[in-house]
Ligand binder design. Structure first.
Ligand SMILES: NC(=O)c1ccc[n+]([C@@H]2O[C@H](COP(=O)([O-])OP(=O)(O)OC[C@H]3O[C@@H](n4cnc5c(N)ncnc54)[C@H](O)[C@@H]3O)[C@@H](O)[C@H]2O)c1
Ligand SMILES: CC(C)[C@H](C(=O)O)[C@@H](O)C(=O)O
Ligand SMILES: [Mg+2]
Length: 362
């Protein structure tokens, strides 16, 4: 008897629906005829719904989403020039609200340079690291305000909140991950020379947790220097643990060095399993290319590999990754430019279907 997985799909805005359609296609190909059925419920949330109804994420939306085993999200947020959407109202009210409400304290963002991928790096072969970005604290919590707003004497504050509890749980997750990976290395990235209070908490926490992981080599880099090393010598990284904002910035850079943001996948994980985890491409809604079938759906497709992996469906996850690797290896600049979002999704889904599973090969 097959197991049913309840999946909430939130296609969102811009290119979100285009890439989610391809990700779902590949997910179905990877699990077709297998031991698991995906029961997908689509939630139409995002800028269009907000403009039509004034709702972003209601309590009942959240309650309904929470009943699922996992979430696949495309991208949210409209055109930043749209006055109705100023201040990241959708991003904060939908994406961050989900991450906070579902306690996604690990934002997992792996970076690998796949063979054949065009990368600006001189030695791309050795790049294989994971950014463990804290997902529920830092300057993202909305703790701040402005005084004398709109006057020449305005003072705007955005407070970065870092709790011992929040930092320790994400640091411990990062050490666990580093202990399982071949390189056994963890780098804390922060800005301890300027952000002395939060930096001290992060550094002390890493030092304390390191005692429990004697096989993991620990390193530290200031975030500005980390951007140099990510470009100049990225093979020095294995697991990077960092706060919410630094992790956001570093992972767009990581996407750019590893073949483009269209390949960068992520998981917003609740490791305790109390809430469904959410998988999404690192990129946004890309209003500049939305509706034109120009988006690369690979990041969304690789996010389904992370989703399958998280659900313990390791064989299906491996088939998706293998199919993506084969597709990327076959790409050339000309072919890539010529293929539509759907064509890339179709090609990867076909490859997934043609990869024999150990059970079907018997
Ligand atoms: N997780 C999310 O939902 C998420 C993430 C980032 C940004 N956003 C939101 O998306 C909107 C646009 O943000 P932005 O322009 O800063 O970032 P973006 O990631 O949407 O786009 C940056 C650049 O990358 C390109 N790009 C992005 N995804 C691509 C893909 N799959 N294939 C090919 N090219 C791709 C875009 O065309 C653009 O040139 C904003 O409202 C922002 O807040 C949402
Ligand atoms: C849209 C925005 C709130 C979001 C973030 O900053 O986390 C995005 O940039 C990301 O990387 O997922
Ligand atoms: Mg980002």
């Amino acid at each position: 008897m097959s197991r049913t997985v309840k999946l909430a799909a939130i296609p969102g805005d811009g290119i979100g629906p285009e890439v989610v359609a391809e990700a779902l296609k590949v997910l179905r190909a990877a699990t077709d005829g297998g031991e698991v059925d995906f029961d997908v419920t689509e939630f139409s949330l995002g800028a269009a719904r907000f403009k039509a109804t004034g709702d972003i994420l209601t309590d009942s939306d959240l309650a309904a989403i929470s009943t699922h085993d996992a979430i696949l999200l495309g991208a949210v947020g409209g055109d930043p020039r749209d006055p109705e959407l100023r201040g990241g109202i959708i991003e904060r009210g939908l994406l961050l609200k989900l991450r906070f409400a579902l306690d996604h304290y690990v934002n997992l963002r792996p970076t690998k340079v796949y063979p054949g991928v065009p990368s600006p790096l001189s030695d791309p072969g050795a790049v294989d690291f994971v950014v463990v970005r804290e997902g529920t604290e830092g300057p993202y919590v909305g703790n701040g305000g402005s005084l004398r707003t709109g006057t020449p004497h305005e003072i705007a504050n955005e407070v970065s909140v870092n709790t011992a509890y929040g930092v320790e749980r994400v640091v411990r997750y990062a050490f666990e991950l580093a202990a399982k990976r071949p390189a056994h290395k963890l780098t804390l990235v922060h800005k301890t020379n300027v952000l002395v209070f939060s930096g001290s908490l992060w550094q002390r926490t890493v030092d304390a947790v390191a005692v429990d992981y004697p096989t993991v080599a620990v390193d530290y880099q200031h975030v500005d220097a980390a951007t140099i090393h990510l470009v100049a010598n990225p093979s020095r990284f294995d697991v990077i643990v960092t706060d919410n904002l630094f992790g956001d910035i570093l992972t767009d850079l990581a996407g750019a060095i590893s073949g483009g943001i269209g390949l960068a996948a992520s998981g917003n994980i609740n490791p305790d399993g109390a809430f469904p985890s959410m998988f999404e491409p690192v990129h946004g809604s890309a209003p500049d290319i939305a509706g034109q079938q120009k988006a690369d759906p690979t990041a969304a497709i690789l996010s389904t590999a992370l989703l399958l992996d998280h659900l313990g469906l390791l064989e299906a996850a491996a088939r998706v990754t293998e199919a993506v690797e084969a597709d990327i290896a076959a790409r050339t600049t000309t072919v890539d430019g010529a293929r539509s979002t759907t064509e890339i999704g179709d090609a990867i889904a076909r490859r997934v279907s043609s990869i024999l599973t150990p059970s079907s090969a018997r």
